[in-house]
Design a protein around this ligand. Structure first.
Ligand code: DAU
Length: 338
């Protein structure tokens, strides 16, 4: 089978490609990735010379690049997206272009070339904050950040292509991922790498926001299951194994790393910050998916990975673009809290 994977140089996409190449010897992957700030060829250095893998540098919003990459593909797994909520608050334009227009360009190309299956990788953030209970796939979409709104728009577009054009689409909505190769702007890698350097982790607001933590390798395995067994036109939630507050997350990681308590700095909250996400994953379980990794084991492996891969994350944190972003995002918050 020939798979077109979009955004395969990013965190979740690269973990998926590594997984699928090792799990399915008959799969060939074309990775269409523009290599934006969070896309990194080093994330796939170990498979770069595999004859079953090819990277095409290109933009999913560019029909010509997509036409070239999709040629001969049996299926598409679409990860490419702007993903960071805080960045979407500073500037939403790139989110609309990549997440919405990019998805439309891909869907049109998939229709034209009669691709057999199109897996659209989305997020639990489309449901908005869930004060109690668990989001089911048919629930109302009430996104609260520009990022979440752009993903919800893409989900609805995918749905419309199924209803209108009978496109063979499946949507997945995952919770918060963590694991190797996650760009150090997200909470978990920021925490671990700051603490390796004995720097504080900036905790937004009261830290009582609840997230559901999913190890990226299990996420990759779940997408493989949906790719193979998911029903066309359906949505599948993909949740993790640990559901708790950011304060509890911090305590767990701190204990695993042996870090002193004062390395947490409360800062003003993220505007529009969702209080709680929680997914009902019964549909995915019915397809036969089971998590392979417990939270603590996966977090230990993640910490071990960041400790051993300073060569990967230090250059990223030193880059001018990262420094400027960090300055904007965190220094202002830290200063405001003094
Ligand atoms: O729920 C799935 C989503 O998870 C994905 O769709 C997004 O692409 C991904 O970025 C993530 O969104 P979050 O906003 O939940 O992730 P983030 O790592 O930015 O933050 C996790 C929690 O930690 C959130 O409640 C905000 C908080 N936080 C985050 C950062 C970066 C802090 O308290 N301090 C921080 O410095």
């Amino acid at each position: 089978m020939k798979l077109l994977v979009t955004g395969g140089l990013g965190f979740i996409g690269s973990n998926f490609i590594r997984h699928i190449l090792s799990a399915r010897k008959s799969v060939h992957v074309v990775n269409l990735d523009l290599q934006t700030y969070a896309g990194n060829p080093q994330n796939l250095a170990d498979v770069a010379s595999d004859p079953r893998y090819r990277w095409i540098k290109g933009d999913i919003a560019d029909p010509k690049a997509v036409e070239k990459a999709i040629s001969g593909a049996d299926a598409v797994v679409h990860f490419a997206a702007e993903t960071h909520v805080d960045r979407s608050i500073l500037d939403a334009a790139a989110f609309l272009r990549t997440n919405v227009i990019g998805t439309q360009v891909l869907l049109d190309a998939a229709l034209k070339t009669r691709v057999g299956r199109f897996v659209h990788v989305s997020t639990d953030e489309v449901y908005g904050s869930v004060p109690k209970g668990f989001s089911k796939e048919g629930d109302l979409l009430e996104p609260n950040s520009p990022y979440a709104a752009s993903k919800a728009a893409a989900d609805l577009l995918v749905r419309s292509y199924f209803v209108t054009h009978k496109a063979p689409v499946v949507v997945t909505r995952a919770s918060n991922n963590f694991g190797p190769f996650q760009y150090p702007e997200k909470a978990v890698p920021l925490m671990i790498t700051n603490w390796i350097d004995e720097q504080p982790f900036p905790l937004y607001g009261d830290g009582l926001q609840i997230r559901d933590w999913l190890y990226v390798v299990d996420h990759a395995r779940a997408i493989e299951v949906v790719l193979e067994k998911g029903q066309v036109g359906e949505v599948y939630n993909i949740g993790g194994t640990k559901h708790f507050t950011n304060r509890e997350l911090i305590e767990t990681v701190r204990d695993l790393m042996g870090v002193p308590k004062d390395l947490v700095k409360p800062v003003p909250d993220r505007p529009g910050h969702d209080r709680r996400y929680a997914l009902d994953c019964a549909k995915l379980k019915k397809l036969g998916f089971k998590h392979r990794f417990g939270f603590e084991q996966a977090m230990k492996e993640t910490i071990h990975w960041y400790r051993g891969r300073e060569d990967w994350w230090r250059p990223l944190k030193k880059q001018g673009g990262y420094q400027a972003y960090y300055e904007k995002q965190y220094s202002a918050r830290l200063a405001a809290s003094k």
